[in-house]
Design a protein around this ligand. Structure first.
Ligand code: 4AD
Ligand code: MG
Length: 445
């Protein structure tokens, strides 16, 4: 019995008789030869049927197979530098084939389709080579996240998804009826992690988060995955050191392990090679000046209007895009206006209108991939902030408690998986970075 192998391992089987199981991705036919391009989830390989070598019925079957038909093919692996594939350089000289199912005409053809059509057929679209590549990068990003955090003393804690209170503002809450009481889907696990650090020191949660984002942009999903590290005895500067090591590790892992996929995506990886610590750090005040300069130099009046920004507002996508096009590496912007960010942020010493907050913006126009801050550790200040932000005391009583029993300086951040994958893949829109994206206008399939 020939061994059944995965396409990604094909180079280890040169000269051997093996079996591949997969789906027909493409077919070309020269009359004497049929080339079936097979994908099996781990890669893509060319299987060559030679009329003189295989039974006539088999050759005819190969000639007539539709895209996405499922097959089991046995043959001999041979090295051929010209053989296309992922990994390339090897092909299968086919000898036998079992057809598990002859597919109907596949709706997604190797031509341009509109995005709405592709999204409607997302369950089929994920089979295409480009989507395959993006989703493989995503899986590697997720593993690199966990590897780095575990290696650096962060303990995984699972925070609740059904919650009684808002973390990131009350405008993007998804409400749910919890046996007659109002509850919300988690926007962030941060507040619970602030409790968890008092038990475990350094923690992270990693899961889906939900925001009823009314914005239809390339950067917003309503359900997205976020990893949130939180550390006791950590200030904003130490937080930036953690973040730059962490993000550099994620990028390095993708460069090392997903080179083929990044090639499929046409990613200019030289831009990613730059991603090493330290990352530049600029204050919000400085970045405002840079944006103003860019605006001055912009001729287009519409663009000028978009780039308008007064002290006190958070950045929008246009500002982040312009700003980060100026940097070769991710850049930290720190010290945002207190009112532009969340209620829990530690104020800047001597400048209460500024917070010890820091966002990490990815270069090449990608913008914010992490948001974080030092947290308020003083009991009275936190109580004052809850009032100022109009948040209900009772829902936050447990959170306030954390400032009563051994409060320490602490900091944390959240990194959005989809935004990070979008940047690493060098693609335009984050909807392709998760198998089944949820957006303002889509919950199907
Ligand atoms: O900046 P955000 O809102 O920060 C927090 O939620 C903090 N509680 C995190 C923390 O300190 N523990 O969100 C963090 C990151 C953003 O930088 C972005 O990458 C991603 O989450 N993100 C989104 N990604 C996709 N779609 C959305 N609607 C997103 N909103 C935030
Ligand atoms: Mg943010």
């Amino acid at each position: 019995m020939p061994q059944t192998i995965r396409i990604e391992d094909i180079s280890h089987h040169d000269g051997q008789r093996v079996t591949l199981q997969g789906w027909v991705y493409n077919r070309t036919d020269t009359g004497k030869l049929v080339f079936l391009w097979i994908r099996d989830g781990t890669g893509f390989a060319q299987c060559v049927f030679f009329r003189g070598n295989v039974a006539p019925e088999l050759f005819e079957a190969a000639q007539s197979l539709a895209q996405e038909s499922s097959v089991v093919i046995t043959g001999t692996v041979r090295q051929d530098d010209r053989a296309p594939g992922i990994p390339g350089g090897f092909e299968l000289g086919a000898e036998e084939m079992e057809i598990l199912q002859r597919a109907e005409e596949f709706p997604i053809q190797p031509k341009e389709h509109g995005v709405e059509f592709l999204m409607e057929n997302r369950h089929l679209w994920i089979r295409s080579q480009r989507q395959w590549a993006v989703l493989r990068v995503r899986a590697t990003v997720i593993r690199a996240i966990r590897d780095w955090l575990e290696a650096n003393g962060f303990v995984n804690m699972d925070t609740p998804i059904i919650t009684p209170a808002a973390c990131e503002g009350t405008t993007t809450l998804f409400e749910t009826d919890y046996f007659g009481e109002l509850a919300y889907l988690a926007q962030s696990g941060q507040l619970y992690n602030e409790a968890n650090i008092y038990a475990l020191g350094r923690v992270y949660c990693f899961g889906p988060t939900f925001r009823a984002e009314k914005s239809k942009t390339r950067r917003h999903l309503t359900e997205f995955w976020m990893v949130e590290p939180e550390a006791a005895f950590c200030d904003m500067d130490q937080l930036m050191e953690i973040e730059e090591e962490f993000v550099s590790h994620i990028v390095r892992t993708c460069l090392d392990e997903r080179a083929e996929e990044l090639k499929v995506l046409g990613r200019d990886t030289s831009r990613l090679e730059n991603v090493t610590p330290p990352f530049p750090r600029i204050s919000y005040d400085e970045s405002l000046k840079i944006v103003a300069e860019i605006r001055e130099a912009t001729a287009d009046p519409e663009r000028r209007e978009l780039l308008e920004l007064e002290w006190g507002s958070d950045f929008g996508s246009p500002h982040e895009t312009e700003l980060t096009e100026r940097f070769a590496k991710p850049v930290f912007v720190y010290g945002y206006p207190t009112r532009a960010k969340a209620f829990y942020m530690e104020p800047w010493p001597g400048r209460p209108e500024v917070s010890k907050s820091v966002d990490l913006l990815a270069p090449e126009g990608y913008g914010e991939i992490t948001g974080g801050s030092e947290r308020i550790s003083d009991l009275n200040l936190l109580l004052q902030r809850l009032d100022e932000w109009g948040l209900p005391r009772d829902a936050f009583e447990w959170y306030v408690d954390l400032r009563r029993y051994g409060s320490v300086p602490h900091s944390g951040f959240g990194l959005g998986v989809e935004r990070t994958v979008t940047w690493i893949c060098g693609i335009d829109h984050l909807r392709e970075t998760i198998a089944f994206p949820r957006t303002l206008t889509r919950v199907y399939p």
